[in-house]
Ligand binder design. Structure first.
Ligand code: NAD
Ligand code: TYD
Length: 352
């Protein structure tokens, strides 16, 4: 019998991480160690359905704790690390950049350094950094981000992710650490913390609260259903070429205001409201500082080399997402209690 391989997934209690953990466990080929600090964005409810699986282990810890990370590698001979733990919200990075440098940069370098020490010379190891398309900066109306597009991060969040990408490549180049990196566009789907655009709008429409659109709502994002991202992560981890970078995107660009209109209309149908009810709650608020205009991904390399394509149509994915938030009201109540309202009120009073 072939034993499942041990892998370390960081940030597995967060939005994307929980879908990645579930996918790797369900494949049956891995024993997954989910290392997560459980910040405001981490939630073990996201993994309730797999917590009893013998191939799943939760470890509550901080990637910035060097001694602790060393002790983990001492105890387990991991085949690979899939690193997702991060501070992930641009608005929070504008309000408090230092936490982003600590977790996203220092934490990543600690993981790299420990992996380098323990893996030195061993075959078949892989350090996978899950990153963002925001490292490439902002596009005008035309063009797409390619793997060769020069880095030009513009927010503290994207600068911290760009920095961690650079450290991953530096460890590959200098110490021969086997790595892969992927840079993905905006994800959406179940378990998304309601501070990001789509879940925030779903929560506010549901509660008849105002719908804050930054600036004129003309910024453009490329949206990808989270399970399509998780599938790409497994493919790249298993079949991607060491030392390579893969862009992942949905080929699905939406202007924010058009997306908010679509959400209002889908939610009105769901709640049996007369058409147009929710759109009346849209409020244009002060723009985000340094707001990137447009992100758009060219994912040809991933599609040609590894045969990946998004499986979910946008409206299908959005409908599944909306349905999930209605079926999981306890989850929503839980994450929007406590400090959530404090953040929300402070942030949106600054934006209005
Ligand atoms: P998230 O904020 O939902 O989850 C982050 C997780 O990391 C949480 O569970 C949190 O508790 C954990 N964490 C934070 N600091 C930690 C620390 N110091 N030690 C251990 N755990 C810690 O984030 P997400 O949206 O799921 O994003 C996951 C990763 O994917 C991030 O690296 C992000 O940059 C990247 N990414 C996100 C998107 C997106 O659209 N959300 C797109 C592309 C790439
Ligand atoms: P967000 O979900 O924060 O992702 P990112 O900034 O990483 O792309 O924001 C997506 C877009 O929606 C971005 O252009 C900012 C905008 N936005 C709003 O207009 N209102 C909001 O309340 C939020 C959170 C975002």
């Amino acid at each position: 019998m072939i034993l499942p391989e041990k892998i370390l997934i960081t940030g597995g209690a967060g939005f994307i991480g929980s879908h990645v953990v579930r996918r790797f466990i369900k494949s049956g080929s891995y024993e997954v160690f989910n290392l997560d600090k459980l910040t405001y964005a981490g939630n073990l409810e996201n993994l309730k359905d797999v917590e009893a699986n013998p191939n799943y282990h939760f470890i509550n810890g901080d990637i910035c704790d060097y001694t602790f990370i060393k002790s983990l590698f001492h105890e387990h001979d991991f085949l690979g690390v899939i690193h997702l733990a991060a501070e992930s919200h641009v608005d929070r990075s504008i309000a408090n950049p230092m936490e982003f440098i600590q977790t996203n940069v220092v934490g990543t370098v600690i993981l790299l350094n420990v992996a380098k020490e323990f893996w030195n010379g061993k075959d078949g190891k892989r350090f996978y950094h899950v990153s963002t398309d925001e490292v490439y900066g902002s596009l005008d109306d035309e063009g797409f981000f390619l793997e060769t597009t020069p880095y030009d991060p513009k927010s503290p969040y994207s600068a911290s992710k760009a920095s961690s990408d650079h450290f991953v490549r530096a460890y590959g180049n200098t110490y021969g650490l086997p790595y892969v990196i992927s840079n993905c566009s905006n994800n959406y789907g179940p378990n998304h913390f309601p501070e990001k655009l789509i879940p925030l709008m779903i929560n506010n429409i549901k509660n008849k609260k105002s719908l804050p659109v930054y600036g004129k709502g003309e910024n453009i994002r490329d949206w990808l259903y989270v399970e399509d991202h998780a599938r790409a992560v497994q493919l790249i981890f298993e079949k991607g070429t060491t030392g390579e970078t893969y862009n992942i995107g949905g080929g699905n660009e939406w202007k924010n205001i058009d997306l908010v209109h679509l959400l209002c209309d889908l939610m009105d149908q769901k709640m049996n409201n007369p058409q147009g009810t929710s759109r009346r709650f849209i409020t244009f608020v002060k723009d985000r500082a340094g707001h990137d205009l447009r992100y758009a991904i060219d994912a040809t390399k991933l599609s040609e080399e590894l045969g990946w394509k998004p499986a979910f149509q946008f409206k299908e994915g959005l409908q599944k997402t909306i349905d999930w938030y209605f079926e999981n009201e306890d989850w929503l109540d839980d994450v929007t209690s406590g400090d959530y309202m404090k953040y929300y009120e402070q942030h949106y009073s600054r934006s209005s």
